[in-house]
Write a protein of this length. Structure first.
Lengths: 319, 335
């Protein structure tokens, strides 16, 4: 892999940023300070980080209900995100969208999405626009294993292939659609198998290995940019928390969780960086401390920010 | 009792080569169909029991949904981790349980994983992809017949099998891994997606076999020399700029590389060839697997005691010579 030291360190920072951001949300949600729902990305940090590191600022992503990791990896602002999730008027959607609707068009973040399988058609639209305008931009659609069973996703895969769109489908297969294990909802174990039906490459990678994800997405982005059409990359991973905060997780066993936590993507990557002398232990600690400080500042910013005014209820409503 | 074991890997055929080259997406349902035909071949061969490695997809149970073989088909008890170690553990378990032939469905990597578990039991590797050298790209029904004929002893092993060479991969003098076809030194420190296709990062390449029609890394040596799998010799190549020879080789399905070859040295059994890179990686049978930590010394050694491989062509020819599938009815032999 020809990744620069700067890129490798950036990926390490991003993974830690997602981890600490989500842990902070977990803490404040439990304390009752966050309205609505949050779906945490803990354990899956390598997927968003590896995938987004293969993109430019102009490339676009569509995200999911479990979107914080995607948004941070694409460059989302910690303070604006935190404020939005806290429901404050300084947030990305002025505090009225919450966790599942954060978007930042300047960064190519076309939005998190509360609709399972909602991202595929949007990504097709973005990719079609890029192709039509010859911008060489690429769209990347994050979707889960549950979403892969939705008609919208299958239609998007078909359309992307039929129209040879510059689109990369990144499947985060964490084994469960809400509480339903994959084996109960799917006749296949590898979602990448479905790529063959759409005449596109389908590969499976270790979703807890940020470099494996990055290498695969980099190649898929290259294909897309060269006009060779879409690809499907299935990243096998696991969410440490329930489907949502408050989920009792009675559908899975502790042993399974522990086995996946032993494959924590962050220490794995950190060990590689230290072993290859890309990063020193001291630098690693400093990075984590700096991020923890930035996350605390984001929380303070959110808490100090006002709630939206009642008079603003109908502002920005288009339909 | 003649027992044949089936080790079908649900993970094979899905690596990054589908993206960087033009490898087929080999779905698990096709493996199910292959296993179905394999079982029918085994049944007809006279094998009396089939054992199989359990897997997360349930390849063999799904195969049994559509057929009802007259011989028992049983899963062995073992933990499933859904990774390569399943195949290695299963091969060892099958040897312990008295299997007389292992049929392995997968690619070079899966065959290698099986050999890490056992090289004592005859092995019939069946390819589930297009980028393989070690396993046979052949029809599973016929492979089932051949495996069964070896397992039952209806044909002597020496008429059906050959002993393949392999490489021992050494790290600071200790054997840490093996390779069946090729060992490529890779000038990087990250395993990442494991497959290799950037030949400019390969300064040294070792081959146990090669031929002009090879695919993958052995295709590089295959345009210069020919080595059959059972021959007790290997090739050590040094690659890189400044070479008078450039070889055009098919290094993956639909993917060519012009590879500068600086030198070729024949490897004798037991001879140790040092790896120049540290830190670095060694890709075994096309996949980055062995990490060479900074300061460690890696080496490659040709080992002639590799797996005993069932040669389907030879086996079926021996079956013909012995008339195993010909029923004579006291009529005149057909012209």
């Amino acid at each position: 892999m020809a990744l620069s030291k700067k890129t490798l360190i950036h990926m390490y920072e991003t993974m830690n940023k997602i981890r600490l951001f989500e842990q902070k949300l977990q803490e404040f949600f439990a304390a009752g300070e966050i309205p609505g729902f949050v779906h945490l990305y803990l354990g899956e940090e390598a997927v968003a980080t590896g995938a987004c590191a293969a993109l430019t600022d102009k490339d676009m992503i569509t995200s999911t209900h479990r979107g914080h990791g995607h948004l941070l990896a694409k460059g989302g602002d910690l303070k604006l995100m935190m404020a939005e999730i806290f429901g404050r008027s300084t947030g990305y959607c002025k505090g009225k969208g919450g966790s599942m609707h954060i978007a930042d068009m300047d960064l190519g973040i076309l939005g998190a999405n509360g609709i399972v399988g909602g991202g595929g058609p949007l990504a097709c639209g973005a990719a079609l626009a890029a192709k039509y305008k010859k911008t060489k931009e690429v769209a990347l659609c994050f979707f889960g294993d549950g979403a892969s069973n939705q008609g919208t996703t299958q239609e998007a895969l078909n359309m992307a292939s039929a129209w040879k769109l510059p689109l990369v489908f990144v499947n985060e297969n964490n084994g469960y659609g809400i509480s339903c294990p994959q084996c109960k909802s799917m006749a296949v174990t590898d979602i990448a198998d479905r790529a063959a039906a759409y005449d596109m490459p389908g590969v499976v990678v270790d979703g807890n290995d940020v470099l494996a994800v990055n290498e695969a997405v980099t190649e898929a982005v290259k294909r897309a940019r060269n006009g060779e059409g879409p690809s499907l990359i299935e990243c096998k991973t696991y969410r440490w928390r329930g489907h949502f905060e408050g989920d009792a997780c009675t559908y899975r066993c502790t042993e399974e969780l522990e086995a996946w936590m032993a494959k924590d993507p962050i220490p794995r990557f950190e060990a590689k960086l230290i072993e290859s002398k890309t990063l020193s232990r001291k630098d690693a600690e400093k990075i984590k401390a700096d991020i923890a400080k930035a996350v605390d500042e984001a929380v303070a910013f959110a808490k100090e920010s006002p709630m939206p005014e009642t008079s603003a209820l109908m502002d920005d409503v288009y339909a | 009792m003649s027992t044949v074991a089936i080790l079908a890997n649900p993970s094979s055929g899905k690596d990054i080569r589908r993206l960087v080259a033009h490898g087929s997406v080999f779905d698990n349902q096709e493996k199910v169909r292959m296993v179905r035909r394999l079982i029918l071949g085994l049944e007809r061969s006279g094998a009396t029991r089939i054992l199989y490695m359990p897997d997360g997809y349930g390849i063999v149970p799904r195969a049994l949904n559509a057929i009802s073989p007259s011989i028992p088909v049983e899963a062995v008890e073992m933990p499933i981790r859904n990774n390569q170690t399943d195949t290695s553990i299963a091969a060892g378990v099958m040897e312990t349980l008295g299997a007389q032939c292992l049929v392995v469905l997968g690619g070079d990597g899966t065959s290698r994983a099986a050999c890490k578990g056992s090289v004592a039991v005859p092995l019939l590797p069946l390819s589930t992809g297009t980028n393989n050298v070690f396993p046979l790209m052949g029809e599973a029904t016929v492979a089932g017949l051949a495996a069964g004929l070896v397992a039952t002893g209806r044909l002597p092993r020496e008429d059906c099998c050959y002993r393949s060479c392999m490489f021992d991969i050494l790290l600071d003098g200790e054997v840490v891994d093996l390779a069946l076809v090729d060992a490529a030194v890779y000038d990087d420190v990250f395993l990442a997606s494991r497959a290799i296709w950037q030949i400019d990062k390969v300064p040294q390449l070792f081959l146990t076999r090669c031929g002009a029609s090879s695919i993958g890394l052995s295709a590089i040596g295959g345009q210069l020399r020919s080595i059959r799998p059972e021959e007790p010799r290997g090739l050590a190549l040094r690659l890189g700029e400044g070479s008078p020879v450039t070889v055009t080789a098919v290094i993956a399905p639909g993917m060519f590389a012009d590879v500068p070859v600086r030198s070729i040295t024949e490897m004798a059994p037991g001879e140790i060839f040092c790896v120049d890179v540290s830190p670095g990686l060694i890709a075994v049978d096309g996949e980055r697997e062995v990490e060479i930590p900074r300061g460690s010394r890696a080496a490659v050694r040709l080992n002639t005691q590799g797996p005993l491989v069932v040669d389907v062509e030879r086996t079926m020819a021996a079956a013909r010579e012995n008339g195993l599938f010909v029923n004579r009815h006291n009529r005149k032999e057909p012209a």
